[in-house]
Design a protein around this ligand. Structure first.
Ligand code: NDP
Length: 248
């Protein structure tokens, strides 16, 4: 039973991360949510507690190495040995043509999406090394953009997510013999605040008619894919990128 198992969800206070945290809490996992503003997780913590789950929120900026180490240590002190990590924190940077992109944005997006994923994955592996455990795994959140390239819109973001997928495959093969699985979920367009943050709140409505299923995804539909990859039902899946895109 997963009842005493800790799962860390980065960027978990809102959007897809919040849906993942809530879904995994319902599955019986203990959840440590990493977020830059801990108070923003209060409504989510209340919702999880109301459903009988156990979760806490701790400060985390995934780009800051010392903070990542402190976060993982505190999460384990408070909720027990780490069972799994969901590398969800991510940013898109601004919408626009790649030829006009400020290199500072490429650095920032790479820092959060790729280096942040790397730092948290390394911290998780150190936790896994320190304690015995069955079925431990990492799920990285990629994007449909890793394959489409998102021309004219988010090429910088697509490149960072393609790198996350390569990291997923390479790390999966590196640690498979230790019984650690590493997978990714690549969502299509999902209705969250990330689009407004990029200055493009109308994106989901614009994309929906192009999606074969005729609509964008809900955060909960991504969360269910993550839950499956973390579960014993996916015990032979590693180095996999599960695309959850409505056919996009
Ligand atoms: P949101 O903007 O709603 O959530 C992103 C989360 O990441 C926030 O909690 C944010 O925290 C956190 N975050 C950003 N930077 C950092 C950082 N440096 N350290 C820690 N946390 C950070 O976006 P979504 O829920 O939509 O996105 C979640 C993931 O899904 C991302 O990786 C995204 O790329 C991916 N994705 C999303 C799609 C979509 O259409 N929504 C499609 C494909 C992939 P804070 O509140 O502090 O900003």
């Amino acid at each position: 039973m997963p009842a005493s198992r800790l799962v860390i969800v980065t960027g978990g206070s809102r959007g897809i991360g919040a849906a993942i945290a809530r879904c995994l809490a319902r599955e019986g996992f203990r959840i440590a949510i990493g977020c830059r503003q801990v108070e923003e997780a209060a409504p989510l913590l209340t919702a999880i507690a109301r459903e009988g789950g156990e979760a806490l929120a701790l400060p985390l900026d995934v780009t800051r190495e010392e903070m990542v180490a402190t976060f993982f240590a505190t999460a384990e002190q408070r909720l027990g040995p780490l069972h799994a990590l969901v590398n969800n924190a991510g940013i898109t940077g601004p919408l626009g043509a790649f030829r006009d992109l400020d290199p500072g944005w490429m650095r920032r997006v790479t820092e959060v999406n790729l280096i942040g994923t790397m730092l948290c994955a390394q911290a998780a592996l150190r936790c896994f090394d320190a304690a015995e455990g069955e079925g431990r795994s990492i799920v990285n959140i990629s994007s449909v953009a890793a394959q489409s390239g998102s021309p004219g819109e988010y090429v910088h973001y697509a490149a960072s997510k393609a790198a996350v997928e390569a990291l997923t495959i390479g790390l999966a093969r590196e640690v498979a013999a230790q019984g650690i699985r590493v997978n990714a979920v690549a969502p299509g367009t999902v209705q969250t605040g990330i689009h407004a943050l990029a200055g493009d709140p109308g994106r989901p409505a614009r994309i929906a008619p192009r999606v074969p299923m005729g609509r964008v995804g809900e955060p909960e539909e991504i969360a269910e894919a993550v839950a499956w990859l973390l579960s014993g039902a996916a015990s032979y899946a590693t180095g996999t990128v599960l695309r959850v895109t409505g056919g996009l």
